[in-house]
Every structure is written in structure tokens, then in C-alpha cells.
Ligand binder design. Structure first.
Ligand code: ARG
Length: 752
């Protein structure tokens, strides 16, 4: 599951004393203490040192976080190193944005796939980076030493920020490493993570979307699945092995560890573990939080994203170029939209709120148990309830302002990028200049330089803005989102410029959008460039898109203010609730919520019963690809050569013992967005597949884990290899891998 950037930032182990597998995203340094014995019993054959070690190469050295830029603090996906030449496997939907950016109507790698024939054909991706975890450390004591209970929320946050900055600086080895400090258990613990970040990451291979995204949005978040959701990258470094930005002189990285690949496949109950960078979970959310999500937060987001998606879709269907341009934006938004719908359904069906209330009743009783407890925890639940009701009162205006206004039509956000230019074009009045003549001249010159730099920057951004942009589609988005805004946003909270401009159009949002797009300089690259050739203040001041942007911005700040105050009031209550809960259930081993740090989860290969009288098998096979085939539906096209291979059952060494080609399989591992692309590994430390999704019946999983229903959907590594080898003929990549197979030896893999 890819981590969604869109989700706003707010978005119970059972037995006593013993950790239960399946549920839990565990921190690698605690594995030996908390999980190792249990994992061994379940089928793990590696030593604890082979899993996580700071001094020797270990499994963790083959796991990378995918992100953008050299100093990330979070990761949208996970990848794994699979060769001694820095080859990385991840999901197709994780590489999707990179693949899309390299695609044009002439070279449509989304539709046709991409296979670099040799190193020199591998394509650089200027933004992309991969992070290797060097080590991690518990810094709770030193962080909590700088705070005390008399501090208010702001003071506490400031003290922690200062301490964190110091820790980051002291551990960076003069900037060599990217150091991240994260809060755990709602600020009850802190850990530090030291990463080596590589910024030359190249695209090596991708199957066509008809394999990598087979089933499209229809099958997304669902089982049974038949998707070959993988893509291949390679990490490069300077000739001395150090990280370096892209250069033709860079060489493939020789990693500390790479995962061998197993062709042995999976059986029910087999031990599995998944390593990666899960982004966000909210397992300790209270009933008030569930209520808030269900009734206040999600409905508005679902409504607004749905409108935008529909508008885009109609233009994508009509024009191949637009389809490529909007593919990545559309896929990731559609993913979030379906996630929120599924989560809403899951929370209701599984009575999550009621289950939380049950626990909260216990908490109330426990807190009343003695004087000290009741002092510290007595008001915690009431504070939470209060905080959420304040958030509930403020979130709707915030969501509408942000999702329908400021972040609705793309032209609004783009116009806002010119606000700093407008400031610089405003002549400085004499009284704002220094008295001293020389200094005044210097100030004027600095301003001129700043102006020139700003114009240069904006000019460089033009191509980027319009590469994946189609103004008529954006105009439609504006019309449908403004319509929602006009009807759903209380009139007195609507942005002034919006109200005035809409009144002039007699309340018709289509007409308003048309007026904006006809008159704004931000609607076409030609107009923007012509403006930048001769920038003038007047044009900016009267630009309708920028006027709207300003007005929405003002409202967004107001709305955010109230919301943030409510959120801050929750921070203390959340921390105390979790502190109390851990005391109340002193025998339970708690695991921390996901927060974009490296985690390990273990479980087994398992089927499930999604509803009464229905049983879902734990594997899907190539036969199902042909069953789902529908040449009239873009999401279910089967490439002719794939069809031929499946019909002839020409699976090479990648078939199972019965001659079937397994495509995907299920496991009980506990994952979430950010884990996409994560390796699923057997008891011997070998790669058996790539995790890529969760299942529809347990979409409430980020808030409550449901052991009977919650499954991870993995693509079988044998299907990945089959596509690379038999379908694409990219045998040079197969030759790089370390392939393991128990007896009988495979027919075609001569190298092992
Ligand atoms: N649900 C998957 C995730 O969150 C994304 C799968 C992408 N596929 C798609 N059809 N959009 O990572």
C-alpha cells in the first residue's frame, strides 16, 4: 500500500505477556527482545544478528525507503535490494509516477512497459531517492529530560524540537547521514534513525500497466487479485561507493546485503515476514476519533475527491495524451478515495466504535481506581471528547477551503506561486528604505536581484507546471468543485472574491470557471511566458485566478487556526491516554503505530472467509487473468503475448509443482500505506513476493486490526520473474539475481 500524501495528518495486542504474530509493526532493534523466540517457533531460521545488526551486514541492509530528495523524513513506498549491483524491486504503483514522467504518446511506457537493455539505457529520476537505515537508537530518556508536566503544549513542543535538532546534528557525521527523530506512542517515547540516502536511482524495468496495474481501480483494495504489481530500479553511487547526485560517471551500488530469491513458493501456514516503511496507523484511536472520522472528516473528502476524479476521467477517456498526463495524479487520488470509502464501510460493519468504547469504559474504571491515577488520567477521556468536538466544528470549512478552493483546480495553486513576484513588483516606498544613501542603493539592488531570481525560477517552473496539465480538464474541475463549495460552505465563511465573482455570473459555476480560464494568465504556458517577458503588477493584481487564490488563502488560514487549536488540545490527552493504557494493561506487549520508520511484521500464509458461506483461497493463478479478461475494458486487457504464454502454459521454471503459475498470495502480516513494494520473506530470509495491497473486508485495519479478516496481498516473486524472463525477455536482470530453489532443480536456471 502506497502511502497517501493526501490523507490529512490525523487520520490491541490480545494475549498476556506473549506477543501474538500477525498484528503489530515491530521496531527492528526490539525484535530480539520482543519477538525473536516467537518468530523462531513460527518458522524463522535466521539468527537475530542476521536480521538486524549494526556491525555486520544483515537483512535490514537490503530494505530501502523510497522518497524524494536527499533529506526525507518519510517514505511513500518500500523497495528491496535483490542483486549485488544495487538492483531494487518495488511495486509498479510505486514506480508509477516515475514511469509516467518518462512517458509520452510516442514512448508510452505506462501502456507498453519499459525494459532497459543495458546499464546505459536505465533512466535517471531527478527527484527520487532511496534511504538505507544505518542504525537506530532509543532516545526517549534524553528527549523527555527536557520537558516537564508544567509546560503547556507549545512549550513542550518547542523544547522537544530543540533537543531533536541537537540530536540530529550530533549524529549526522557532518552531514553524511540524514538523521530523523520520531515520536512513538503519542510522545511517550522517541527514537532516532540514521540513514544513508542515495539520490541517483534509475528506472530499469516496468511491465505494461495491463500487467502491473491489471484490474485497475476496480480490483484495487480487493482480493482475488491478478496484478503483477512490480517495477525495477537501480541505485547508483559515486565510484568510491558514496551517495552522489546523478552523473554518467556513477556506478551501480554494491550493497551490504541483497535478498536471495526463492522459487519454492508458498503453502498455507508458511512463516512470512515483511519489512518496510509503513506510513500511518491509528490503532490507539478512541471512539471519539472514530466518530469524528466517520461523520466529520471522511464524507467531505470522499465527496470532493470523487468530483475531481470524475471530471479528470471524462477528459482522460477522450484523449490519449491527457490520459498519460493525468495517469499518476488520478491513480493516487482514486486510491485514497476508495480507501476512505472502504474504511468507512469497515469501521461501521466491524463495530469499531463500540469496541473502542468497551476499552474506554475499562479505562475510566481503572483511572478511578486510586487517587493518583484519577488525578493524572481522570479527565483524559473527557478531554479527548471535547477536543474532537472542537475539531468537528472546524473541519468542514477547512476541508472545503482546501480541497475545493486552494487545492481544488490546479490553476489556483499555480497562481499562488506568483504571489512573491507580486510583492517584489510593488515599488518600495521611500520610507521603507534605509536613510543612508549607500545602504538604500544596496537595498534596491538586492531587491532587483531577488526579482530577477524569482522571474528565472518561475520561468523554469513553466514547463513542469504544464507538462502534465490540460486546461479544459482543470476548468471542469474548478466548475464542479466551486459548485460544491457554493452549496456546502456556509455563506458567511465563503471567500469574498469567490462570492463577488460568482454573483456576477448569476451563481453559475461553469460560467465562473470559463471566465477565470479565459482571462487568467495562468491558463497556458504561452500566456505565462509572455507575462514573464514583461512582468507587470497590474496584470497580477487583476488576474482572476490569483484573486481567488488570495481570497481562499485568507480563509484557509482562518479555518486552520481554529482547527489547530483543537488538535493541539488533543495532543496531551492522547499522550496521557496511551501512557495510562500501557499501565492498565501492564502485561501486554504494545507495538507503536506506524510513523514512516522501518518495521517488521510476521505472520503466515492464510486464506479467509470474507462473508457467510464464502471462502477465499490464499493464492490466485494465471487462469484467473484469462477469466477476468475484457478487451473492451481498459482495466482488464490481457497483452496478447501474455495470453499466449498462459494458454500454452509456458511458465518455464516459475510454475508450481502442479504446473500452475501462481500470481498473487495472501498473508496475515500487518501492513499499511508505505509498505507498498515491501519484500515478503520466508523463514530462510529469501524473497517470496512483494506486498502491494490490503483487502476490502478489513479496510478499517489502520484503526483496528481484525485477525480473522485482515490480509496482505502479495505478488508472488515467481510471477515477477516469469514476466521479466518469459514475457519481457529481460534475462540480463534474471542473471543478476541470486536464485534459490530446493530440489528438484529448475529446468532453466543454470546458474544456481
Ligand atoms: N491500494 C494500493 C495502495 O494503497 C495501490 C494499488 C494501486 N493500484 C491501483 N489500481 N490504483 O498502495
Amino acid at each position: 500500500m502506497r502511502k497517501s500524501i493526501l490523507l490529512l495528518s490525523f487520520l490491541l495486542v490480545i494475549s498476556l505477556g506473549k506477543v501474538v504474530a500477525d498484528e503489530g509493526m515491530w521496531l527492528p532493534i526490539l525484535v530480539q527482545r520482543l519477538n525473536y523466540t516467537d518468530m523462531q517457533k513460527a518458522g524463522l531460521q535466521l539468527t537475530a544478528e542476521e536480521i538486524y545488526s549494526v556491525n555486520h551486514s544483515s537483512l535490514k541492509d537490503a530494505i530501502v525507503g523510497l522518497s524524494n530528495g536527499p533529506t526525507p523524513s518519510g517514505y511513500f513506498c518500500t523497495g528491496e535490494i535483490v542483486s549485488d549491483q544495487g538492483l531494487i524491486f518495488t511495486n509498479h504503483h510505486c514506480g508509477y509516477d516515475a514511469i509516467q514522467k518518462h512517458s509520452t504518446v510516442e514512448h508510452d511506457y505506462l501502456t507498453d512497459g519499459f525494459w532497459a537493455a543495458n546499464l546505459s539505457e536505465e533512466l535517471p529520476n531527478p527527484e527520487l531517492s532511496v534511504s538505507f537505515l544505518v542504525r537506530m537508537e532509543d532516545v526517549t530518556d534524553s528527549v523527555l529530560a527536557v520537558v516537564n508536566d508544567t509546560m503547556d503544549v507549545q512549550e513542550r513542543a518547542a523544547a522537544i524540537r530543540k533537543k531533536t535538532a541537537e540530536l540530529r546534528k550530533n549524529n549526522s557525521d557532518n552531514g553524511r547521514y540524514n538523521v530523523v527523530v520520531k515520536s512513538f506512542f503519542e510522545g511517550n517515547e522517541y527514537y532516532l534513525f540514521i540513514y544513508e540516502v542515495f539520490t541517483d536511482v534509475r528506472l530499469v524495468g516496468a511491465p505494461p500497466s495491463s500487467v502491473g496495474k491489471f484490474g485497475g481501480d476496480t480490483d484495487n483494495w480487493m482480493w482475488p487479485r491478478h496484478t503483477g504489481d512490480f517495477s525495477i530500479f537501480r541505485v547508483y553511487c559515486a565510484p568510491d561507493g558514496k551517495p552522489a547526485d546523478y552523473s554518467p560517471d556513477n556506478v551501480p551500488l554494491q550493497p551490504k546485503h541483497h535478498l536471495p530469491v526463492s522459487l519454492d513458493g508458498v503453502k498455507k501456514d508458511d512463516f512470512t515476514m515483511i519489512w518496510g516503511f509503513p506510513g500511518n496507523t491509528d490503532r490507539y484511536l478512541t471512539s471519539f476519533g472514530v466518530d469524528f472520522n466517520l461523520n466529520n472528516q471522511y464524507p467531505a473528502i470522499i465527496e470532493l475527491l470523487g468530483r475531481k476524479l470524475d471530471a479528470w476521467k471524462s477528459f482522460m477517456e477522450a484523449d490519449t495524451k491527457v490520459k498519460i498526463q493525468y495517469a499518476s495524479k488520478h491513480a493516487s487520488m482514486a486510491n485514497t478515495w476508495k480507501y476512505l470509502i472502504g474504511q468507512t464501510r469497515g469501521l461501521k460493519r466491524l463495530n469499531v466504535k463500540e469496541k473502542k468504547e468497551f476499552l474506554e469504559n475499562d479505562f475510566t474504571q481503572w483511572a478511578a481506581g486510586d487517587e493518583q491515577r484519577s488525578q493524572r488520567y481522570g479527565t483524559v477521556l473527557a478531554d479527548l471528547q471535547n477536543g474532537y468536538s472542537q475539531m468537528a466544528a472546524t473541519i468542514r470549512p477547512m476541508l472545503y477551503t482546501n480541497l475545493a478552493g486552494l487545492g481544488g483546480a490546479e490553476i489556483i495553486g499555480y497562481a499562488l506561486e506568483f504571489a512573491s513576484l507580486r510583492e517584489l513588483l510593488n515599488p518600495i516606498s521611500k520610507k521603507d528604505l534605509p536613510k543612508d544613501k549607500e545602504m538604500a542603493a544596496k537595498a534596491l539592488q538586492e531587491r532587483q536581484e531577488k526579482l530577477a531570481a524569482t522571474i528565472k525560477n518561475l520561468r523554469e517552473g513553466v514547463q513542469e507546471q504544464f507538462k502534465d496539465y490540460y486546461a479544459p480538464a482543470d476548468q471542469k474541475v474548478m466548475a464542479v468543485l466551486f459548485d460544491a463549495y457554493a452549496h456546502e460552505m456556509p455563506f458567511e465563511l465563503q471567500a469574498e472574491a469567490f462570492v463577488a465573482m460568482l454573483a456576477k455570473k448569476g451563481g453559475n459555476t461553469e460560467a465562473l470557471a470559463a471566465e477565470v480560464f479565459n482571462n487568467s494568465i495562468f491558463a497556458s504556458p504561452e500566456k505565462v511566458n509572455a507575462f514573464l517577458d514583461k512582468p507587470n503588477l497590474k496584470a497580477l493584481e487583476k488576474d482572476p485566478a490569483l484573486r481567488l487564490a488570495d481570497s481562499f488563502m485568507g480563509k484557509a488560514m482562518e479555518a486552520a487556526g481554529g482547527f489547530r487549536t483543537a488538535q493541539a488540545s488533543l495532543a496531551t490527552a492522547k499522550r496521557l491516554f496511551l501512557e495510562g493504557l500501557r499501565k492498565m494493561q501492564a502485561n501486554k506487549v504494545f507495538y507503536p503505530d506506524a510513523n514512516s520508520t522501518m518495521r517488521m511484521t510476521y505472520g503466515s500464509v492464510q486464506d479467509y472467509y470474507p462473508a457467510d458461506a464464502i471462502h477465499y483461497d490464499y493464492i490466485s493463478t494465471a487462469k484467473g487473468i484469462l477469466e477476468k479478461e475484457d478487451p473492451t475494458n481498459d482495466e482488464f486487457i490481457v497483452p496478447p503475448y501474455l495470453k499466449e504464454l498462459i494458454e500454452k502454459q509456458d511458465f518455464g521454471p516459475y510454475a508450481d509443482d502442479n504446473g500452475k503459475l501462481i500470481v498473487c498470495f495472501l498473508s496475515t502480516n500487518d501492513i499499511t500505506g508505505g509498505n507498498s513494494g515491501s519484500p515478503i520473506i520466508n523463514g530462510k530470509g529469501e524473497l517470496i513476493g512483494l506486498a502491494f495491497d490490503g483487502n476490502w473486508e478489513a479496510m478499517s485495519g489502520d484503526i483496528a486490526f481484525e485477525p480473522a479478516l485482515q490480509r496482505t496481498i502479495n505478488v508472488d516473486v515467481r510471477y515477477v520473474l516469469f514476466i521479466i524472463d518469459k514475457y519481457a525477455g529481460a534475462t540480463r536482470l534474471i542473471d543478476e539475481l541470486t536464485i534459490h530453489k530446493s530440489e528438484p532443480k529448475p529446468i532453466r536456471i543454470e546458474k544456481i
